[in-house]
Design a protein around this ligand. Structure first.
Ligand code: TXA
Ligand code: MG
Length: 313
């Protein structure tokens, strides 16, 4: 159910209810982060495994510090540089953060979203709110209010903030002493972060898996339809083998039914999840996605999501 009144949404949160809200990345499913019963509703609605922790959204650095037991210099520098924006910072949690929020762990993931409606909602409510992506666990994240309703049903109220500007989920970093590990790639890239604080390299290099968060199951962000990433040169043969395919291409084509994807990274990321939903709705046997080959941090994040969307069941 679409709603437009931030005050009404804040009242729902104060009463222990759940409201979906827009951010610059994807829509989140909001609830009072300090109310374990409210947070439990979020897990139930999403069908999310209880060990997978939630991101706590704040409207100020003060609000973040009020739920962190330590706020290292590295966290302060990152927050000063990238907040509000699509960076999530994992730090040790305070006792007042219910363990249901953190999947039983002793760290909490914090983010100050850039979307005006998200920040107004948190301010009006007056405290931190959890915000996992507002979709059923494991499926494609919502980048429009209508996607939330499609995924979670009409009973979940959604504040409509239009299409999300960034289109893929935030970069997640874990603060360790004076440095950070990258747990999830996003539009804020490794090099940008490394200009502010040292990034301790894991086994990952650019396009490979970073250290997994508890929620980074291999198959995630996935359409219902079998999805395969295919090199541009192999698309014709794949189509010949699978004539009833949906197609996401960057290279212009006049194949009927092909979904044309933008050639620049930001626009591609913004469009990606809506395009996967459109492809999923075509009733195809296969979704063929042309493999993006361009270089850059947003492309790395896009490839990360495409790899998970196309992982085996
Ligand atoms: O852009 C975003 O981050 C969106 C918007 C709504 O803010 N939210 C989002 O939440 O993507 P979610 O729950 O779909 O993904 C959160 C990711 C998961 O991979 C989870 O495992 C990880 O962050 N995470 C949360 N708390 C963590 C913690 N304490 N330590 C390590 N990873 C954590
Ligand atoms: Mg999610």
């Amino acid at each position: 159910m679409i709603i437009d009144d931030i005050q009404a949404a804040a009242t729902i949160l104060a009463e222990g209810g759940v409201v979906a809200f827009p951010t610059e990345t994807v829509y989140g499913l909001g609830a009072d982060a300090l109310n374990p019963d409210a947070v439990a509703k979020v897990f139930a609605i999403k069908g999310r495994p209880s060990h997978n922790p939630l991101i706590v959204h704040v409207a100020s650095i003060e609000m973040a510090k009020a739920v962190a037991s330590e706020w290292p210099d590295a966290a302060e520098k990152l927050a000063q540089t990238f907040w509000p924006g699509p960076l999530t910072i994992v730090v040790p949690k305070q006792g007042r953060v219910p363990s249901v929020v953190t999947g039983g762990g002793d760290t909490v993931a914090l983010r100050m979203p850039a979307h005006e409606i998200a920040r107004k909602l948190i301010k009006t409510f007056g405290g931190p709110i959890v915000g996992p992506s507002a979709n059923a666990s494991g499926t494609v994240s919502p980048t429009a209010a209508s996607h939330v309703t499609q995924s979670l049903g009409e009973s979940v109220p959604v504040l409509d903030g239009g299409p999300c500007e960034r289109g893929i989920e935030s970069t997640v970093v874990r603060v360790a002493q004076d440095s950070v590990n990258i747990l999830r790639l996003g539009v804020i890239g490794r090099d940008e972060i490394a200009r502010v604080v040292p990034v301790v390299e894991t086994h990952a290099t650019n396009d490979e898996d970073p250290l997994p968060s508890p929620g980074m199951l291999t198959r995630h962000y996935a359409p219902r339809t079998l999805t395969r990433i295919v090199d541009a040169k192999d698309i014709a043969i794949t189509l010949a083998q699978h004539p009833n395919s949906a197609l996401l291409t960057i290279t212009p084509t006049n194949l009927p039914g092909a979904i044309a994807m933008p050639a620049d990274a930001s626009s591609y990321a913004k469009r990606l999840y809506a395009a996967l939903r459109e492809a999923d709705a075509m009733g195809a046997d296969l979704i063929i996605v042309e493999r993006p080959t361009a270089i850059g941090p947003i492309w790395d994040a896009v490839r990360d999501r495409l790899r998970r969307a196309s992982a085996e069941h």
